[in-house]
Write a protein that binds this ligand. Structure first.
Ligand code: LLP
Length: 414
């Protein structure tokens, strides 16, 4: 569900015509729909209402302060993975008691800052990390809450780069080791191990692997109880898939119907960390067609956004629908590779795609680019990162200026 719709053959974001935005702000331009991402957040919240979860939006999916602030204002917590994301979370006004912090490689400085701020949980990924957090908390004379991230060894169907819950991945701790860590951890005086965390991967469209992983950890938590280890919180991670092309992902309600019975029975307090489900379909990347280049073998549509602006197609072969901002009157199509200006053969937004016949100077929308779009953008080829605008009804707010040439060299010393 999203609020990008055609009216009289023109693409609108909520009540605003996207063509007006590109004229004012130029391209490439990320355009976000407030009502779409807030709607997703509220849907998830309503679906899980019976367990009243703490929904910690995953900052990595899209970390623009205006987006974080909007979600925080609606009661969201935040899931962070770095000191930089902690800084953003605090700037966005998030109560530290609603921040959970994952990452296999937290540094001492990052750990200290998070303890000082009083975050809700560190999601701990190894024994040495647990010992380090305990040492730093001891130095600060604090006791900090930790959740152990379990690697439940389930295999969701998704791109191999974004599965995280298999034993071959670097994430989390296997059950046998986790048992030892929990028993050892009890002796550590400055950590309070009161949660278990799982996150099995991203863009998972089927509820079965979630249920399998949740059942496994709940059984594990019951065994721990017999040994005198009391776990209060279960963080079920993120990973809910969305529709990019023809996927049939579970809805929030279907997901809740599947996992709620076991969650309720467990009596545990529930945390979740969705990123893509909330923000994924809430944005488009508007681009301009620069050239149509015909070669003996195929045709290229060269646009003004590249892999530095949106890396998902290049990195994961990800599919993003591409539509003209104005539907042409003719139904004729052309088969093209949509490519950017970057000096890499991997710089493409779509391959062998049938698009309506498009001319140089036309504008296109690359759909569903809210998650891992801008947040993975870079300055490769010394390209300035795009501007971002947030639409709410008929209101337009510039939430990030296009970078300037000066921004590109700001930290360089010569
Ligand atoms: N929690 C943890 C511990 C995570 O590692 C992630 C994502 C999330 C929550 C949020 O997952 P989501 O609900 O968004 O699926 N760049 C890739 C996705 C990488 C996901 C990394 N971890 C992409 O563009 O598909």
């Amino acid at each position: 569900m999203h609020e990008f719709k055609f009216k009289n053959n023109l693409l609108y974001c909520e009540d605003v015509q996207v063509r007006d935005l590109v004229k004012k702000y130029n391209t490439p331009l990320y355009v976000y729909s407030y009502n779409t991402f807030i709607g997703h957040f509220l849907k998830l919240k309503a679906a899980f209402q019976q367990v009243n979860p703490l929904i910690c939006y995953s900052v990595k999916a899209n970390s623009n302060l205006a987006i974080l602030k909007a979600l925080v204002a609606r009661g969201a917590g935040l899931d962070i993975v770095s000191g930089g994301e902690l800084f953003r979370a605090i700037r966005a006004g998030c109560d530290p008691a609603k921040i959970v912090y994952a990452s296999v490689g937290k540094t001492d400085v990052e750990i200290e800052e998070a303890i000082r701020k009083g975050i809700k949980f560190f999601n701990v990924e190894s024994l040495p990390e647990l010992e380090n957090i305990n040492r730093i908390a001891g130095r600060l004379r604090k006791i900090t809450n930790v959740a152990i991230r379990i690697n439940p060894d389930v295999a969701p169907k998704t791109h191999h780069y974004i599965t995280t819950g298999k034993l071959t991945n670097k994430f989390g701790i296997d059950f046998a080791t986790a048992r030892k860590v929990l028993l050892l951890g009890r002796k550590l005086r400055n950590v309070n191990i009161s949660g278990i965390h799982i996150h099995i991967g991203s863009q998972i469209t089927d509820g079965a692997p979630f249920l399998e992983a949740i059942k496994k950890v709940i059984a594990f938590i019951s065994q721990l109880k017999l040994k005198g280890v009391n776990i209060e919180y279960l963080n079920i991670g993120g990973g809910l898939g969305i529709i990019y092309q023809n996927e049939k992902p579970q809805t929030a309600d279907e997901f809740a119907r599947k996992v709620l019975p076991v969650l309720k029975d467990s009596g545990l307090k529930i945390i979740m960390e969705p990123g893509r489900f909330i923000i994924g379909s809430a944005a488009i990347l508007a681009v301009k067609v620069l050239y149509i280049k015909k070669t003996p073998l195929k045709n290229f549509m060269i646009v003004d956004a590249g892999m530095n602006d949106l890396i998902r197609p290049a990195l994961y072969d990800a599919h993003h629908e591409i539509v003209p901002l104005k539907t042409p009157s003719s139904k004729k199509t052309m088969k093209v590779d949509v490519v950017g200006p970057i000096c890499e053969s991997g710089d493409f937004l779509a391959k062998a795609r049938n698009l309506p016949v498009t001319k140089e100077g036309d504008f296109l929308a690359v759909m569903c680019t809210g998650a891992y779009g801008f947040s993975m953008a870079s300055n490769y080829n010394s390209r300035r990162r795009p501007a971002e605008v947030l639409i709410k009804g008929d209101q337009v707010k510039l939430i990030r200026k296009r970078e300037s040439q000066e921004d590109l060299i700001r930290n360089e010393i010569w």
